[in-house]
Design a binder for this molecule. Structure first.
Ligand SMILES: [Cu+2]
Length: 474
């Protein structure tokens, strides 16, 4: 695991505030002048720049020792995945806005130009800033009118993972995409203690009705496009790492209504950071799924010591589906034979779908309506991948022949390391009947009662009570 950077940071306690300062006092060296800015931190020298899959980092210039950024709020024609575009609101021509990367102690100045038709602000979510720089429309400033440029300026007194977003008509503006990530690196971390791969991923949810080309920010529950960095699988770029790399992943969530439990296969990781700061090493707990609540960031770290193509996705199963069809009737188990014949008299191409689930929906090659994508899927090395939405792949390789962050292609596993059809010899040697008849069955009392003859849907709803129990003890 990575060194606990909080203790290694010179000037790591540029701010003190309430209970936190008492708790942190022992581990965070005090700075004599909490408001003082330090010389601008430099990439390479002070930090290893982050990787933003499908995104980018906003360049800055230095004017009189201040890092100067220029953000432009504007409409953006954005592609969520090949085949699905929408007119969103973002920053500097991208959705979401670019990642802002700086170093603790930096003095930063943001010019925000509003090219939207509506007033807007930028709020620096999680950053400790002077009240008038907090970006809450009406409360801490006048919202930036269309066509105008406002300036924000403050000193970064923390390190960690934060976010920015519009804080004016939030439901509309954030629902249209006006969010982004902020990474503030600590100072004084030796290069060998920094992560080799420092990924930034922002989760979001959108409602883009099939046939439309704008997100609907008024929707409260029916989100149908779920994204990492505003891309839905198969539109998500893989996360590439080299065997042995120290990997950090920073997740932020500014979805309207949903928390996202992000699950990584092939690894366990430690949760090392929230948007409140670095978690002391003794408190970093191991997990395979990290819940990223709305309005929060979570950072996880691990060493990439397991080769392969590893799925990483939100574990809410409706969040790994794409558009179309969440309002479908439940067809699981339906025998459509007679129905299809009747309907084909009216609609010659008609075919009932979904009686075996949604797994076949992607690779049937069905035409989908204009500007929409199949509910699931992209081509995988062995079969169709029946996932969509908030799904991506961590690719860990011994060598990266295509370059550092380029997709190395599909993983070539070793003979014997992949699930294959069982051979007759295997089945016989292990005493397994391929029809399932030799498989263990539940003990009496657990097994379901045999179905009564006749119409299964009108059979008795009560089950036999196991000996010695009453029905209320189930
Ligand atoms: Cu989710």
């Amino acid at each position: 695991m990575l060194a606990a950077t909080a203790t290694a940071v010179a000037g790591g306690a540029l701010h003190h505030n309430g209970i936190a300062s008492a708790q942190d006092a022992a581990s965070r060296p005090a700075n004599a002048n909490p408001g003082a800015a330090l010389p601008p931190g430099e990439p390479g020298k002070d930090y290893n720049p982050v990787i933003v899959p499908n995104g980018w980092t906003l360049p800055y210039k230095i004017v009189d020792g201040v890092k100067v950024f220029h953000m432009v709020a504007e409409e953006v024609d954005h592609e969520f995945a090949p085949g699905l575009r929408a007119r969103c609101w973002g920053y500097n021509g991208s959705v979401h806005g670019p990642c802002i990367e700086a170093v603790e102690g930096d003095r930063v100045r943001f010019f925000v130009t509003n090219r939207l038709g509506a007033a807007t602000t930028v709020h620096w979510h999680g950053l400790i800033v002077p009240n008038g720089m907090d970006g809450v429309g009406g409360l801490s400033q006048k919202a930036i009118p269309p066509g105008e440029t406002y300036a924000y300026e403050f000193t970064l007194r923390q390190n960690g993972t934060f976010m920015y977003h519009s804080h004016h008509d939030e439901m509309t503006q954030m629902g249209m995409g006006m969010v982004g990530m902020i990474v503030v690196h600590p100072r004084g971390v030796p290069p060998d203690q920094r992560p080799d791969r420092d990924f930034v991923l922002q989760t979001h949810e959108w409602a883009i009705k099939v046939g439309t080309n704008r997100p609907d920010p008024n929707v409260m529950t029916d989100f149908n496009v779920l994204t990492f960095n505003a891309r839905a699988f198969p539109g998500t770029a893989p996360l590439v790492a080299k065997l042995g790399d120290k990997v950090r992943m920073r997740f932020g969530n500014l979805s309207a209504m949903d928390h996202h439990p992000i699950h990584l296969h092939g690894y366990y990781f430690k949760v090392t950071e929230t948007d409140g700061g670095r978690i002391p090493e003794a408190g970093q707990w191991p997990e395979t799924t990290v819940l990223v609540p709305v309005g929060s960031t979570r950072t996880v770290e691990f060493v990439a010591d397991n080769l392969g193509d590893w799925a990483m996705h939100c574990h809410m199963t409706h969040h790994v589906m794409n558009q179309m069809g969440h309002g479908l009737p439940n067809m699981i188990g339906v025998d459509p034979a007679g129905l299809d014949d009747k309907i084909r008299k009216l609609l010659p191409d008609y075919m009932t779908m979904g009686q075996h689930g949604m797994g076949d929906m992607g690779d049937m090659g069905m035409a989908v309506p204009p500007n929409s994508i199949p509910m699931v899927g992209g081509k995988g090395p062995h079969d169709y991948i029946t996932m969509g939405g908030m799904f991506t792949i961590l690719k860990v390789r011994e060598t990266l022949p295509n370059g550092d962050n380029a997709d190395p292609g599909w993983y070539q596993d070793k003979p014997g390391d992949r699930s294959l059809p069982a051979t007759a010899e295997q089945l016989q040697a292990n005493g397994i009947a391929a029809d399932g008849s030799t498989a263990p069955k539940p003990p009496p009392g657990i097994a379901a009662a045999a179905r009564p003859k006749g119409n299964p849907s009108t059979g008795p709803t009560t089950r036999p009570t196991p000996a010695g129990t009453s029905p209320h003890q189930h």
